[in-house]
Ligand binder design. Structure first.
Ligand code: SAH
Length: 289
């Protein structure tokens, strides 16, 4: 049976919600955005009209396994296959941790981008998400999570992410950790991440709006802390919130940045290594919005 016979009311162009089967999103109009600027504006408008937001976690059923983006006028993009190809390229770049590669394969990155950018979702590049912020490059997401997991058998325990952005890395982390807490300082991006993640039903992920430089002392200690924005160095508050034996990975520096890996070896002793160069948006103090 052809598609038009089975679903006669379908209109073109198809929305991403329609093709992914996540119809709950299309009802609210969530994520129907057409530029970086409108992405954040729409979030603001939605929040202005919205009922009070529920507590952070949102889950009841697993997402549909079929993630397909198909646009009139473009070659069809079957994102599961394209995502697998991206993960193969990441593995070729040296990421060996099978759990990280599986997590990258599980999370539909295009889902965290506005429709106009969705076709670039599986290119290994950072992309705009509004407010001069970006979704991180997939290979650096994989690299940082692999560093966080080094020496860990099975799942990481409790992990804190600073800089939720659109929520992509938080979703990947949630596949390899028991509990994930993620903080964002920009309210519109916190709301965007909340809206992106709501439809994915991730039970072990909690989003917080606030200044990540202060960490989340009420949920500490953390077995892993990952920073998605670069400061001159790692804030002491975050070092203090690491569990004994816990690991922290952060971009540090201004124009020239490097990844810094910190391990807490004793209550008052941390060891740190400076690793490869990287490029992240700056970490800023306080909140916005
Ligand atoms: N984790 C994202 C990347 C987000 S970009 C991903 O999945 O791709 C970095 C984010 O860090 C931005 O959204 C920025 O607003 C946020 N940020 C910068 N300083 C921060 C701070 N002090 N606390 C929390 N978030 C911060």
């Amino acid at each position: 049976m052809s598609e038009s016979e089975s679903q006669p009311k379908k209109r073109f162009p198809l929305t991403l919600d329609f093709v992914t089967g996540l119809s709950g999103r299309s009802k609210t109009g969530a994520h129907r955005t057409h530029s970086t600027q409108t992405a954040t504006r729409n979030v603001n408008e939605r929040s202005a009209n919205a009922r009070p937001l529920p507590p952070p976690t949102i889950v009841s059923k697993p997402p549909s396994p079929a993630w397909v983006v198909d646009r009139p006028g473009h070659a069809p993009l079957v994102s599961e296959a394209v995502r697998k190809a991206m993960v193969r390229r990441i593995a070729q770049q040296g990421i060996k941790d099978a759990a990280v590669l599986a997590a990258m394969e599980n999370v539909p990155r295009h889902f965290f981008l506005e429709p106009a950018l969705a076709s670039q979702a599986y290119v290994d590049t950072a992309l705009p998400i509004g407010y001069h912020q970006t979704i991180s490059k997939p290979s650096i997401v994989a690299r940082m999570i692999e560093l966080l997991r080094e020496g860990v058998d099975g799942k990481l325990g409790r992990v804190l992410e600073i800089g939720t952005g659109c929520g992509y890395q938080a979703a990947v982390l949630a596949q390899v950790a028991g509990e994930v807490y993620s903080i964002e300082r920009m309210r519109p991006l916190h709301e965007l991440a909340r809206s992106n993640l709501r439809a994915l039903y991730i039970p072990n992920l909690r989003l917080h709006y606030g200044d990540g430089m202060l960490g989340l002392p009420q949920c500490a200690p953390f077995d892993g802390i990952i920073l998605a924005a670069a400061g001159l160095d790692v804030p002491q508050a975050l070092l203090d919130q690491m569990a004994l034996g816990g690991r922290l990975i952060a971009p540090v520096g201004q124009r020239s940045q490097r990844l810094k890996l910190v391990v807490r070896i004793k209550p008052h002793e941390w060891v740190a290594d400076l690793l490869e160069p990287c490029h992240f948006v700056p970490m800023r103090p306080g909140t916005f919005g």
